[in-house]
Write a protein that binds this ligand. Structure first.
Ligand SMILES: NC(=O)c1ccc[n+]([C@@H]2O[C@H](COP(=O)([O-])OP(=O)(O)OC[C@H]3O[C@@H](n4cnc5c(N)ncnc54)[C@H](O)[C@@H]3O)[C@@H](O)[C@H]2O)c1
Length: 255
């Protein structure tokens, strides 16, 4: 048991999730670093002052529930939940198989749903006026994106779910928001650069430059750019913010 606020982050073994876990640790939370790839969660947790790591596959509702119960049993509290795990695979709309579509929704949408349910149940039972943040995407607001139709659909779902959760959980004092990052330099982006270059018949440098050209602040986004906004959303500074979808994209999409 630690005498700090407890924050759980999913998909925290890499990229944006790792940055969120690290930033929350820097701000004094005890962070439960989770990922489907256990050794990556472990590596990230080692770099945080007060942290532990747990394997969690967000597509499995029983695993989500078990993890939440274990955190509550150990620490007696759950203050912050960040549903960040997500996947992408660039393909033409006409080529996406039912299996790929299902997998995308299982991780990106169902995962947020299952984790949110388990976290909210625990916060309600504990009487905690907690905060939940979901990682959506710029593609949750701007659907006119090539080769990511399943991803766009799942991220629009995350944005809608965030609003529905915020409405139902507000009477319990639980706030629910999402962040909508733009072109973030992570391993997901590295994979997308290769796919998009292949699909467009150009080289990866051309695709990367197109992301920068599409961003008024004229650089690729960092995972830390996103993490700082998540840290704001879960903090008391955002105590009257709920149901929001905060764009963090250097101006690449303005709404
Ligand atoms: N990189 C971008 O440009 C970008 C832009 C907008 C939104 N996002 C979103 O940000 C989030 C993080 O993406 P990233 O760029 O850091 O990617 P990433 O691939 O670096 O990290 C994603 C992490 O999620 C984990 N994961 C995958 N499936 C999982 C599952 N079933 N259960 C638990 N963990 C699982 C992976 O192991 C990995 O550690 C995703 O939701 C992604 O859709 C990314």
């Amino acid at each position: 048991m630690v005498n700090r606020q407890i924050a759980v982050v999913t998909g925290a073994g890499s990229g944006i999730g790792a940055a969120i876990a690290t930033e929350l640790g820097r701000r004094g939370y005890h962070v439960v670093v989770t990922d489907v790839v256990a050794q990556n969660a472990s590596k990230v947790a080692k770099g945080i002052d007060s942290a532990q790591d747990r394997q969690l596959d967000v597509t499995n509702p029983d695993e989500c529930e078990t993890l939440v119960q274990a955190v509550v049993a150990e620490h007696g509290r759950l203050d912050v939940w960040v549903s960040n795990a997500g996947i992408s695979k660039m393909q033409r709309f006409v080529d996406i198989s039912p299996a790929d579509l299902a997998r995308n929704f299982e991780v990106n949408a169902y995962g947020v749903f299952f984790c949110g349910q388990s976290a909210a149940r625990a916060m309600i039972a504990l009487g905690t006026r907690g905060a939940i943040v979901n990682t959506a995407s710029m593609a949750a607001k701007e659907g006119g994106v090539l080769f990511l139709s399943d991803y766009v659909a799942s991220k629009f779902a995350v944005l809608g779910l965030t609003q529905a959760m915020a409405a139902e959980l507000a009477p319990h004092g639980i706030r629910v928001n999402c962040v909508c990052p733009g072109y973030v330099a992570t391993s997901m982006q590295a994979r997308e650069l290769a796919w998009e270059a292949e699909l467009r018949g150009v080289d990866e440098a051309t695709v990367r430059q197109s992301y920068i050209d599409n961003t008024p602040l004229a650089r690729l986004e960092t995972a830390e750019d996103v993490a700082k906004v998540v840290a704001f959303l879960v903090s008391d500074d955002a105590s009257f913010v709920t149901g929001e979808a905060i764009s963090v994209n250097g101006g690449a999409y303005m709404d």
